[in-house]
Design a protein around this ligand. Structure first.
Ligand code: GAL
Length: 692
């Protein structure tokens, strides 16, 4: 399962199109034997098996069980649980428990406790209270990982490992004095000379010049007086934090692979300030923990939120895992996610598969009776009685087991790529946070493309663009020369490239470029930016040639076509005739340039929740994008291409029945019935159409 044993075709595809590195579908639940009476384990595993579980994920917080005292390892509890699971034919995914350092460790090393962005220390009250920035902590984690790896290498039921748990979730960044020293060391290795750092960051602003690396503080992201940190300083701190986490994961991954090369290594994301592209280099599969209720009570909104997460994971990993999928109401101190309606959990499961998931682990088997998450519901309630969630889970598991052989080698059909790269968001947040971030624009774009049933998905900016017809670059401030060259080649080969406001305006240290915007993209776009401005109240719309006005917020770029032609102009909206004209009024808002076999469109506006849909309609008209089916916006459509034909997933995220039309006759693999050119989906219903 390690990279060396991956089939060659997997390595040479664009990453977002990689199929699964194995043939079966991993389906199961998270289970915490350390939280259950032993007498219950056997019946739990038997009941899981009866309800379709194949894989159990466990151990990711059980450091205090495995190493109750420093250097003293106790494997008995998990050995016994794993043996009982194996008796039922279940396989086990374990977690390195390094997100939950035990009390003996935090008591011995209070200096390793994390500090928050406003400089306050956290204590030993949950998880992620110690971070991998401390070399001493890392050494202890290596010892633990080595001991666990050696012990379980010969246990056949253990098929893989989750590394740590949700890096950068609760305890995202560490602002402790130890972190400051490590950051200073990282900066010294990166820049070697302090004057180089001063120049690259641009420290001659408000007397921020440093005489030595030891002088550099941490960029406290919430200074008590609210003044923001220096953007170059902050960006490097986020890079440093990401590199520390990736290095920590890499060393665990290497230790595990060294013990057993066939283990499946994964991690469960996705959170901020972490370069998952680099992290994925050390994993077989990236995972995304999915609680669609975070997207809102409305099913359609929750589905859109989940689709974006799933696409993020797919963009980094190709085939991916969902190590945690919601099962019930989820309530903790400051959060409450509603109970999935009947059919909705199964719908989310199929949605994961429709985006490329090759394994689903529901969170969790039974709701915990103690601790911070007693209302974060599992499949079973505290009393273990069989209720509708268990019945739905069993239905889902039967269906997935039946479908699994058809999913072999599947890759998602994606023609329109929306580019993402986490560092762009970190850079963006360092300066103009109140404007739509690249990530948020990507989310609005994907939502609008998805609502029109277009074959769109997220693509990582470092991935190959092969196989894509169109690419949208949402306000990437830093467009490196290699990226600019790849975008030009994409257009010349016949691609349609769209870039939005402020693209190509900064360097890799978050300084503004002295070149006229869009800097490295200006020649490709055949246009430059003459003026940029913000609008606190909506004042301008841009009017595509022959189209209706589209409202622009929170700003505008007034473009000057050079070799391109204007395809939209700014116009003032809703103001009295006597008001002086806005300088953008009548000026180009978008330009289009044919180049080679393709075209490049520069749009001097940001994508927002309000304007994404009309912008996508306009672009679809320009580019000739055709919807895959005809259906209401609550229906999601996704196609997987497999060696045996294609699978068209129709997912109704709304609580109302929906009709999907303009279908080719096919066979619904869930109902095993032939279908005609239309199909009716019940509320939260799913169909999977097999097409040749
Ligand atoms: C996830 C985490 C789980 C559990 C769950 C519910 O973020 O990985 O361990 O805490 O949320 O809160």
């Amino acid at each position: 399962m390690n990279p060396a044993s991956r089939p060659a075709r997997r390595r040479h595809r664009p990453r977002h199109q990689r199929p699964a590195p194995f043939d079966r579908f991993l389906f199961g639940v998270a289970y915490y034997p350390e939280q259950e009476p032993r007498r219950r384990w056997k019946q739990d595993f038997a009941r899981m098996r009866r309800n379709g579980v194949r894989v159990v994920r466990m151990g990711e917080f059980a450091w205090d069980v495995w190493e109750p005292r420093r250097g003293v390892y106790a494997f008995e509890l998990f050995d016994a649980a794993i043996a009982l699971a194996a008796e039922q034919g279940l396989q086990v995914l374990l977690g390195t428990p390094t997100a939950a350092p035990p009390r003996w460790l935090s008591a011995a090393h209070p200096e390793w406790l994390r500090q928050t962005a406003d400089g306050r220390p956290v204590d030993h009250t949950g998880r992620q209270h110690i971070g991998p920035v401390h070399e001493g902590f890392r050494a202890i984690c290596r010892e633990l990982t080595t001991a666990l790896a050696a012990h379980y290498a010969t246990v056949p039921a253990v098929i893989g490992w989750q590394i740590d748990n949700e890096f950068h979730c609760v305890g995202s960044l560490d602002f402790s004095p130890g972190a400051r020293r490590a950051f200073q060391g990282w900066l010294a290795r990166r820049y070697r000379r302090i004057d180089v750092l001063n120049t690259r960051w641009g420290t001659s602003f408000s007397a921020q010049t440093y005489a030595s690396f030891e002088e550099i503080p941490l960029p406290l992201v919430s200074r008590p007086d609210g003044y923001p940190p220096h953007p170059g300083h902050l960006l490097d701190f986020h890079r440093f934090s990401s590199e520390v986490t990736v290095a920590f994961a890499a060393e665990q991954s290497a230790l595990l692979r060294n013990a057993r090369a066939r283990w499946l290594i994964f991690h469960n994301g996705l959170f901020a300030h972490l370069d998952y592209w680099k992290l994925s280099d050390h994993l077989d599969l990236l995972g995304v923990d999915l609680y669609p209720g975070f997207g809102g009570s409305d099913g359609v909104k929750a589905g859109a939120w989940a689709a974006f997460k799933l696409q993020q994971c797919r963009a980094h990993s190709g085939a991916f895992l969902v190590p945690e999928l919601a099962t019930g109401a989820a309530g903790s101190q400051r959060r409450f996610l509603e109970t999935p309606e009947p059919g909705q959990m199964r719908l989310w499961a199929w949605q994961c598969i429709a985006h490329g998931a090759v394994g689903l682990i529901h969170f969790r088997w039974r709701t915990c009776r103690f601790g911070q998450e007693i209302y974060w519901h599992g499949i079973l309630d505290h009393d273990s009685r069989p209720r509708r969630r268990l019945a739905e889970f069993a239905q889902e598991s039967r269906e997935i087991a039946r479908m699994a052989p058809r999913l072999k080698g599947a890759v998602r059909d994606t023609r329109i790529g929306v580019l993402i790269e986490s560092e762009q968001d970190d850079a963006h947040a360092g300066v103009l946070e109140c404007f739509p971030a690249p990530r948020h624009q990507a989310e609005h774009l994907l939502g609008a493309l998805r609502a029109r049933h277009l074959p769109a998905g997220l693509v990582h900016a470092r991935d190959s663009f092969r196989g894509l017809d169109a690419l949208i670059l949402p306000s990437f401030g830093h467009v490196s020369s290699p990226l600019a060259a790849r975008l030009r080649a994409f257009v010349q080969r016949g691609g349609f490239l769209i870039a939005t406001a402020r693209s190509g305006t900064r360097d890799g240290h978050n300084q503004a470029l002295a070149r006229t915007a869009p800097g490295p993209l200006a020649a490709l776009m055949g246009a430059t930016v003459e003026e940029v401005g913000g609008l606190r109240t909506p004042l301008l719309s841009f009017v595509p040639s022959g189209g209706d006005p589209i409202l622009a917020q929170p700003g505008y770029e007034l473009l000057r076509p050079r070799t391109a032609a204007a395809v939209a102009c700014w116009t003032m909206t809703g103001v009295t005739a006597s008001r002086q004209a806005h300088p953008a009024h009548g000026a180009p808002a978008a330009t289009l340039r044919p180049l080679g076999r393709g075209r490049a469109l520069l749009l001097g506006a940001w994508i927002t929740a309000e304007n994404a849909a009309p912008i996508v309609s306009w672009l679809a008209g320009l580019a000739g994008w055709r919807p895959v089916v005809a259906a209401g916006p609550g229906v999601e459509v996704s196609r997987l291409i497999t060696p045996r034909g294609s699978l068209l997933f129709l997912l109704n995220h709304s609580a109302e029945p929906q009709r999907v039309c303009e279908l080719e006759p096919a066979r619904d693999l869930l109902t095993r019935r032939s279908t005609g050119d239309a199909i009716d989906l019940p509320a939260f219903g799913v169909a999977v159409l097999s097409q040749r």
